[in-house]
Each structure stands twice: as structure tokens, then as C-alpha cells.
Ligand binder design. Structure first.
Ligand code: NAD
Length: 334
């Protein structure tokens, strides 16, 4: 659609059609763990709404998909948990140029020559783990950001999640539960022989395996976890940068992803991106991009959040693999 030449009334019609479509896809993805379209298809429709809302701000409503984290409704049969500090999504960009524009905007809002911590964007689902005096007491999903699902019983069955920290700390840590690629292949093969529907990808398999009423099912699914955040990390963990936070989480005995790197300029961002784009297929877990975060935690508070995303981080999403295949096919046939 030619957004520049639309009237507001025409745009309203488009937005409402797109909202209905995206809400259906979001329900399939977040609630049923069974998407019917590729992420890139979802992202394209989502970005169209963003562009239409940017052109006609009157079309932004509180119930717009651009103003909400995750799926609105939660699976009804799991108990609910409130997140006093909301669990947010991430803003995303789809090109290096857009990533560097975000860097420039962020430096303009704070100070020049910031350090950023680059991390892999793990393709799983967000988890919150609450430890009291070093003991795991609660685990919950992100849900709509404010209210998630209580999956404590299930997480207690995941071997990869420490039930005790190395220190008797009280802290809420957050990260990503994922299903390693080999576990995903084994699970789908098993389901196929049993005549059960297979999972579309490791992300949906992880979500479906975690959001179970029977914790024994979760136990059998070989889930793993990487932690990358802590609520009020400066006071609870005594760290002042995102990179130090990751080191501190690891010292507490929590699994962290070891690939992070502090990047300071376009060349180092590009090098990080190139490195992990090249080895992506060889990793034991799925990634769908990289996340670039302001390293100085004091600036996180200063930059704050929108209703949906933090302003101190951005996700760069890899191009869809299908599209890459199509491009390659075209190159071959031309
Ligand atoms: P997202 O998954 O794109 O990004 C935000 C999430 O990234 C965070 O909540 C966190 O869980 C995760 N993450 C992974 N590694 C991280 C790291 N190192 N640091 C910080 N966070 C990290 O956003 P979302 O709001 O969860 O989901 C939206 C996306 O989900 C869409 O862009 C689309 O790709 C996909 N989706 C697909 C469908 C479909 O039908 N195919 C439907 C809905 C959503």
C-alpha cells in the first residue's frame, strides 16, 4: 500500500484489517504455541501498522497491537502472576543502517560514544525467576508484560535451571527458556511416530513445553535457559554495566550466554553481526538476531521505556531464511 497517498479514512480501514489479522496470528503464536505464518510475514504486517500509525497518530488506540506486549489473553488454566516491574518486548530493526540510526538517536538522548553490550537474540520465550535468600521460589512467563503465567512447578523440573544460587541473595532474574536444536529434532520425530502434531520451530516447542499443566511433560522436554537481566541489578547485584551483570549472573551459578561483546562503533557492531551470522547454523540453539543494549545501567533508568519496549535496547532481526533461499534461487535461475 502507498501510505503517503492514503486518506485517514482509508488508513483507518487498513489498520483495522491489519489489527484483526495480527491479533489472530498473535493468539496462534502466544496462546496456542502454533503459528500459521512465518515471523517475517507477521513482522511485515506489524511494520505496516507502525508506519500507518506514524503517518496518522489519531489511529493509535490503547488496544493497538503496537501498544501491547505479547498476547492479550493468557491460557486460562495456568495460575497468574503479577510483574510489578513489567516484562517488556524489544523494539526491532531490520537493517544495519536502522541499527546505527538507533545508536545515533540513543547517543543524542544521552551522551556521545556510548558503550553497548551486544548479545545474541535467543529464540525462546522470556522467563522470570525469583530467588529468595538464594532459593528459587517462583518462575513465570512474560504474558502480557504485567501479568504472566505461574510456571514454577514446571521450571522446578528443568535440570538446567539452578534451584539454589551460589550466594543467599534475593533477586529477580530474567532471561530466555529455549529448546536446543537437537532436542527439538528428537521431539518432533517422536511426535511424528506417535501421530501427534509437530511443533513449527524450537521457539514454539519451548513455549508449548513450558506452558504445561503437567510438570512431568516439561521435565521430559530437555529445555535450557540463558539469563540476561536482573530487576534493579545495581542494588541487588552491585553491578553497573550490562556486561558486568552477565558475569555476575554466571558467578551466581546461572546459565548465561558467553557470546556477548562490548561494541563501541559501527565497525565493531558490524563485526559482531558478521561473526554470528556466519556461525548461526552451527550453534546448538536458535537465534533470530542480535540485541544491542546500552552498557551503562544508570542510563537504562535515564532512558526509560515506552509502554512496550525499553529505550536502552534494540533487536536487530536476521532476514527470514525463506527469503534468503528465494533470493538464492533467483540468482541461480537468472
Ligand atoms: P521478540 O521476541 O521479537 O523480542 C523480544 C524478546 O526477545 C524479549 O521479550 C526476550 O524474551 C527475547 N530475547 C532473546 N534474547 C534476548 C536478549 N539477549 N536480551 C533481551 N531479550 C532477549 O518480541 P516479542 O514481542 O516477544 O514477539 C514479537 C515477535 O514474535 C514478532 O516480531 C514476530 O517475529 C514473532 N511473532 C510471530 C507470530 C507468527 O504468527 N509467526 C505471531 C506473533 C509474534
Amino acid at each position: 500500500i502507498d501510505i503517503e497517498n492514503l486518506t485517514e479514512d482509508q488508513a483507518r480501514v487498513h489498520v483495522s484489517t491489519l489489527q484483526a489479522q495480527l491479533k489472530q496470528w498473535a493468539q496462534e503464536y502466544y496462546e496456542n504455541d502454533a503459528p500459521s505464518v512465518e515471523d517475517a510475514v507477521y513482522d511485515e504486517a506489524y511494520n505496516q501498522i507502525l508506519a500507518l500509525e506514524a503517518r496518522f497518530p489519531a489511529l493509535v488506540t490503547a488496544d493497538s497491537i503496537t501498544q501491547q506486549v505479547g498476547g492479550r489473553q493468557l491460557k486460562n488454566d495456568l495460575p497468574k502472576v503479577a510483574h510489578p516491574i513489567p516484562m517488556l518486548s524489544l523494539g526491532d530493526v531490520f537493517s544495519l543502517n536502522a541499527l546505527m540510526d538507533w545508536v545515533a538517536t540513543t547517543e543524542k538522548a544521552t551522551q556521545p560514544h556510548l558503550d553497548f553490550n551486544a548479545e545474541l537474540k535467543i529464540d525462546g520465550l522470556a522467563i522470570s525467576l525469583i530467588y529468595e535468600k538464594g532459593t528459587l521460589v517462583q518462575a513465570s512467563t512474560r504474558g502480557d508484560g504485567n501479568i504472566g503465567e505461574d510456571v514454577t512447578a514446571n521450571v522446578l523440573q528443568i535440570d538446567a535451571v539452578p534451584k539454589q544460587l551460589n550466594e543467599p541473595l534475593s533477586v529477580e532474574v530474567r532471561g530466555e527458556v529455549y529448546m536446543p536444536k537437537d532436542a527439538f529434532v528428537t521431539l518432533n520425530e517422536k511426535r511424528e511416530t506417535e501421530g501427534l502434531p509437530t511443533f513449527a520451530n524450537p521457539r514454539n516447542a519451548a513455549a508449548g513445553s513450558l506452558r504445561q499443566l503437567d510438570a512431568r511433560v516439561t521435565k521430559a522436554r530437555q529445555l535450557a535457559v540463558f539469563l540476561y537481566n536482573a530487576v534493579e541489578a545495581e542494588t541487588t547485584l552491585g553491578v553497573s554495566t550490562q556486561a558486568a551483570l552477565l558475569t555476575r549472573l554466571a558467578a551466581l551459578g546461572l546459565p548465561t550466554n558467553p557470546t556477548n561483546a562490548v561494541v563501541t562503533d559501527q565497525a565493531s557492531v558490524e563485526a559482531y553481526l558478521a561473526k554470528y551470522t556466519a556461525v548461526r547454523d552451527d550453534l546448538a540453539y536458535g537465534i533470530d538476531g542480535i540485541v544491542v543494549k546500552v552498557n551503562d545501567l544508570a542510563l537504562h533508568a535515564e532512558l526509560g521505556n515506552t509502554v512496550k519496549v525499553p529505550r536502552w535496547a534494540i533487536a536487530y532481526k536476521f532476514p527470514p531464511e525463506e527469503a534468503e533461499t528465494i533470493v538464492r534461487d533467483i540468482e541461480w535461475t537468472v
